[in-house]
Structure formats: structure tokens, C-alpha cells
Write a protein that binds this ligand. Structure first.
Ligand code: M6R
Length: 614
């Protein structure tokens, strides 16, 4: 999704802006641009379709002087990906330039009104409408830039994070946010802007996370001011960020995705650290201590999430229902928010999100809050919007996830859901002590078992070329492994562009079986659990129709090799933790198939890391 960078200070803005854009590349984008107020006072805007490198090439013979600028990576919503539609956008006079993340929903109305007043537009974007509106009210009502931004933001409906510069006042950047993240970094005689802290942390660890509906007035030589759209001054809340730069670099791996797959054992140890005691006998979540009454009072749990986080939610449902005996529903946040759901004050809503910025999940939280539910967040990005919108929650602490295809966040989410279910079950006395102990101990062993599972990498790399020809793939699993099948299929789709479907193995005979032939690879998660024998029958159904089966099995399995073309062997664990192990070969499989096909694994086409529009 779009990325924002800004700089104002005493250094050259251009290299800082470009470096910042590169840091934000992981969010996904299709064009990039910069605007700088040059040493001679010109407002120069340069834009290019495609990668940031195209932009730097375009700028190579341009005037990139100046110590104030804003820059943007765009992920198209209104108007095709092109240099014309890329940000920044000039106002009509070329005095102002704006960058914007989000969507202005009533842009068409405003545009028509401005066109009636003679304003001409150069792009198809909703963003240009905003800058033209700001300039229009500025001129018409003789307002300052700040006042004009306040008036304009009153008129727009939608989501935004914006930054605006005015060449007549090169010592100032005005920024604002609503439902789209924006961070201001505070340095020595300089300020930085970012959609998240990653473009800022090279220069300062002091940041202000702008709150919804607030405007930041960033003026060189003065303390930054934050105010509401109505102009009420807000207290400046400066936080210290703690992101290790090494965490967002590739660390010797060819792609971020591979690095993140291999990081999982360590990530899960970080996720459990301080929550499971060193003896491995007890789980404590601080949220459970602070909000015991609200959490134990839940008559129902509703999980809202999107994509991979939704798949983690499906595993959470099984854990919560079987261990805690609390009814649990899992909803796509995008559906939940629009279908007038029944939510009561006896509900606990769990919102799961890696980025903490997913627009639909945020909207689902707002809706559930309005209806009195207690909201628990499971997020990765510290200080992002969802943890701030929830009543309490637990961070997964797996570090920045850069690859667009989520891997370590998924296993982190499942780990937090496991710990939450264990805590709740223990408090509610719905789990007997022996099982509780066994589960806690087993959870602490998962990182070591993941290391073993990662040893399948070479085998999977060798297998991958066989599947590059496929146009469709089927992933089958049952019970806890059904969401693993969904997640395996999603990973393959996202980065290799091969169509794939995940299915509960027994449902296959109710339709998808018609698709099976020797051209269709079928991946079956057939680890040893309650439904093992039944999954063997499902494999036989595939084989009987000429299907080619690759089975993920538990070590020591001797049966399935009789029916499968390929076997991938994993260490044994409790049924409920199998997703943590079984998802690894499927992540690796998607990765190696995509690499074989020459795809851009970390930045797949059309996808964004952080989906801040609905
Ligand atoms: O940041 P979130 O977890 O809220 O994101 C939700 C989905 O957009 C995300 O999981 C998406 O499906 C990933 N690309 C999956 O790999």
C-alpha cells in the first residue's frame, strides 16, 4: 500500500527521501515520486511509473537540490498506475504539492464542484482533488495553508494520511491523518515523516504517532505542534522506537520471505519470552491479568481479520472452543463491518492483524466497540493503529515482516492464540492440569521442531521445478490442518500466480474432485492426528482419479508413501500445534516455486503489505 516519506531540516532532502522510499518498498506500490523545494525556491515534482529505481534514473539529470521535500510510493486505487497519477500532485498554481495515502470517498462530488469553478485536473486521482480544494479555499478565503487544510479536511469523507508543502513557505510541512498511519520523527534541527517508522530510524528514535483526526504543523526551528482539525492544540506525545535496522535488512538471504521463514523458530521464542515461565510450566499474558474480568466474562468470542490473519483466526477458533468451551466465530473483517452483525457487551472481539493498519479490521473494531464488545488485539507492528484502537491485546513480537507474503506473522499469531486459549482455559478450569502442562511444555518445544521442519528446505527446492508447470493446485487438510491448507494455497497464489484452492479434505468429493487429473498437483497435510485414517482415504480418492499427491506426513509414517508421489516428513507434535510445523514446508514450497518461475517473491504484483484501504 502507498508509502509516505518527508524531510525538513538542514541536510539535502533528496537522498533521505529516496532511501526512505526504498525502506517502504515492502508495502507494495506501482509508481513513485518526490517533491522538493529547491535552493532557488522552485517546487520540483518528479514522478515515474514502476520501481523507485526508475524514479532515481528519471531524476538523474534534474535539479534535486533543497532541504525540504515529500515523497511517495503509490498503489493505485483511483486511476491507472502511471507517472501522471503518481504522487506528489501539484495544485493548479504549482505553489503546493501533496502526497496522500488512503481514499477520498467523495472526491467525485468535490471534483465536479471545483471543475464548475474552472479548476482543471491533470490526473484521475482523488488526491489531486484534495490539493486543488486546499488551494481553492486558501485563495478564495485568504487563508494560511494550515487553515485551508483544516477547512478542506472538514469537507472530505474518507481515509487519509497527507503531507503538503508550499513553495512560498519552505520552512513548513503540514501533515494530517485519519484512518491511515503517519509517524513524525524528531531529530536535531530536522523532522522526518513516514507511513511507519522504517524510513525514520536511521536518523532518530524519537517519534510522534499522529492520532486520527490530528494535524501536525512541522516548522523548522520550532517545536512541532499537533492539533485537531478544529484547531484544538493536542499534547505532544513523543515515543522512543526500538527497531533494529538489521531486522529490516535481508541478512544474507536472497529474499526477505526466505529470511522470514527461517527466522520463525527465533521469532516464536521471542513471542513466548516472558509469557511462558523458564520452567515451561505456566503461561501468563499481561492482558489476562489486567482485564481478567472482561476476558473471563466472555459469553462468545468473535475473531475478525483478513487474509493470512483470518486463517490464523480459524486455528484460534478450534483452540478456544476445544480448550475454553466458549463459542467462537471467525469473520472476514470486510464482511463483518457491513452486515449488521449481532454484537453484545458480553462478546470479546479478537482483532488479528500483522500490520495493525488493515482498514477493514479497524472498521470492524469500531463497529464492535460501538456495540459494547470488549476488544482484544493480536498485532505485530508496534504502535500501529489497531493496537491503539483496542482495549487490550498481545503483540506477537516477531519483528518487522517485509515480504508481502506473510509467514512468521502467521505462526506468531497462532502462538499468541494458543497462549491466550491456554490462559483462558486454565482460569475457567475447562482444561485439566495434565493436558495444560503437556500443552505448555510442547509449545516451548515448537521452535526446536520448526528448526527440524526447516531442514526440508533442500528437498522442497529440488521438488519445486516439478510444479512450475501447474495452472491449478489443490491443498487439502482437516481439523487444525484445514486452515493450513487454506494458508498454503494463499501463499502459492500470491507469489507464483498459480491458481490454488485450499479445501477441507472430506469436502473434496462434493465438487473439487471433478477437477482432479494428472495435471493437477494435490498437496495433502496428512500428519498423524485423530483424522489421519480419514485423510488417507481422501488421498486414495485423489489417487484413484490419477491425481498427483504430495503428502506432508509425520516422521515414522509408513503408510502414506504407498499412495503419495512425494512425501515431506515433519516432526511430531500435538494436533493443535501441527499448524505451526506444517505451514513451514508449504511456505517453502510456495517460495521455491515462485523463485523457479522468476517471480518477484517479496513484492508480488498487485499486492500491498499493508492494506489501508477497504
Ligand atoms: O496486516 P494484516 O495481517 O491485517 O493483513 C491482512 C492481509 O492483508 C494479509 O494477511 C495478506 O493476506 C497477506 N498478503 C497474506 O500473505
Amino acid at each position: 500500500m502507498c508509502g509516505i516519506v518527508g524531510y525538513i531540516g538542514t541536510k539535502r532532502a533528496y537522498p533521505i527521501l529516496i532511501k526512505g522510499l526504498k525502506r517502504l518498498e515492502y508495502r507494495g506500490y506501482d509508481s513513485a515520486g518526490v517533491a522538493m523545494i529547491s535552493d532557488s525556491g522552485e517546487l520540483n515534482v518528479y514522478k515515474a511509473k514502476g520501481k523507485v529505481d526508475n524514479l532515481t534514473e528519471y531524476c538523474s539529470d534534474k535539479d534535486v537540490s533543497g532541504c525540504v521535500g515529500i515523497a511517495h510510493t503509490r498503489w493505485a486505487t483511483h486511476g491507472e498506475p502511471s507517472a501522471r497519477n503518481a504522487h506528489p500532485h501539484y495544485s493548479r498554481s504549482h505553489n503546493l504539492a501533496i502526497i496522500h495515502n488512503g481514499i477520498i470517498e467523495n472526491y467525485a462530488d468535490i471534483k465536479t464542484k471545483l471543475q464548475d469553478k474552472g479548476v482543471e485536473f491533470k490526473s484521475d486521482t482523488d488526491t489531486e482533488v484534495l490539493v486543488q480544494l486546499v488551494e481553492y479555499v486558501m485563495v478564495k478565503k485568504n487563508l494560511s495553508l494550515l487553515e485551508a487544510v483544516q477547512v478542506a479536511l472538514h469537507q472530505v469523507i474518507g481515509a487519509y494520511a497527507i503531507a503538503i508543502v508550499d513553495k512560498r513557505d519552505p520552512r513548513q510541512i503540514i501533515a494530517a491523518r485519519k484512518q491511515s498511519p503517519l509517524v513524525v520523527g524528531i531529530g536535531q534541527d530536522e523532522f522526518f515523516l513516514g507511513s511507519d517508522a522504517s524510513p525514520i530510524i536511521d536518523y532518530t528514535d524519537k517519534v510522534v504517532y499522529l492520532e486520527d483526526g490530528n494535524i501536525a504543523v512541522i516548522r523548522l526551528g520550532e517545536e512541532m505542534r499537533v492539533m485537531s482539525i478544529l484547531g484544538e492544540e493536542q499534547e505532544l506525545q513523543v515515543k522512543t522506537v526500538d527497531i533494529d535496522l538489521g531486522q529490516i535488512e535481508k541478512g544474507g538471504y536472497e529474499h526477505f520471505m526466505l529470511k522470514e521463514i527461517f527466522e520463525q523458530p527465533e521469532c516464536l521464542m521471542n513471542c513466548m519470552r516472558g509469557r511462558i515461565n523458564v520452567e515451561g510450566t505456566h503461561v501468563t499474558l499481561s492482558a489476562m491479568i489486567d482485564y481478567r474480568q472482561q476476558l473471563l466474562g466472555a459469553k462468545r468470542i468473535v475473531i475478525v481479520a483478513c487474509g493470512t490473519s483470518w486463517h490464523a483466526g480459524l486455528i484460534g477458533k478450534q483452540l478456544i472452543e476445544s480448550l475454553c468451551r466458549i463459542p467462537c466465530e471467525v469473520e472476514y473483517a470486510s464482511e463483518f463491518r457491513y452486515r449488521n452483525p449481532v454484537v453484545t457487551k458480553d462478546d470479546v472481539v479478537i482483532a488479528i492483524s500483522q500490520s495493525g493498519e488493515t482498514a477493514d479490521t479497524l472498521a470492524a473494531i469500531q463497529l464492535a466497540k460501538q456495540q459494547g464488545a470488549f476488544i482484544f488485539g493480536i498485532c505485530n507492528a508496534i504502535g500501529s493503529s489497531i493496537p491503539r484502537a483496542t482495549d487490550t491485546g498481545t503483540y506477537i513480537h516477531v519483528g518487522p515482516e517485509i515480504g508481502v507474503a506473510s509467514t512468521k506473522a502467521f505462526t506468531g499469531q497462532v502462538t499468541v492464540l494458543s497462549m491466550l486459549a491456554l490462559c483462558l482455559a486454565k482460569e475457567r478450569q475447562t482444561v485439566d492440569d495434565a493436558l495444560y502442562q503437556q500443552m505448555v511444555v510442547e509449545l516451548t518445544r515448537i521452535p526446536e521442531k520448526m528448526q527440524q521442519a526447516l531442514k526440508t528446505n533442500e528437498q522442497i527446492e529440488r521438488l519445486a521445478p516439478i510444479f512450475t508447470y501447474a495452472r491449478n493446485c489443490l491443498y487439502l487438510g482437516r481439523g487444525y490442518n484445514y486452515p493450513v491448507a487454506l494458508e498454503g494455497a494463499l501463499k502459492l497464489k500470491e507469489i507464483s500466480y498459480i491458481h490454488a484452492e485450499g479445501y477441507p479434505a472430506a469436502e473434496m468429493k462434493h465438487g473439487p474432485i471433478a477437477l482432479i487429473d494428472s495435471e493437477m498437483p494435490v498437496f495433502v497435510i496428512a500428519t498423524r492426528d485423530r483424522l489421519y485414517e480419514k485423510v488417507i482415504s481422501n488421498i486414495q480418492e485423489v489417487r484413484a482419479r490419477g491425481g498427483r499427491v504430495t503428502a506432508i506426513v509425520t516422521e515414522g509414517d509408513t503408510q502414506i508413501q504407498k499412495f503419495a508421489d512425494h512425501i515431506i516428513t515433519l516432526p511430531d507434535t500435538l494436533e493443535c500445534f501441527q499448524p505451526l510445523i506444517a505451514s513451514i514446508p508449504l511456505q517453502l514450497l510456495a517460495y521455491h516455486i515462485a523463485v523457479c518461475k522468476g517471480k518477484d517473491v517479496d513484492r508480488p504484483r498487485n499486492l500491498a503489505k499493508s492494506v489501508t484501504v477497504e
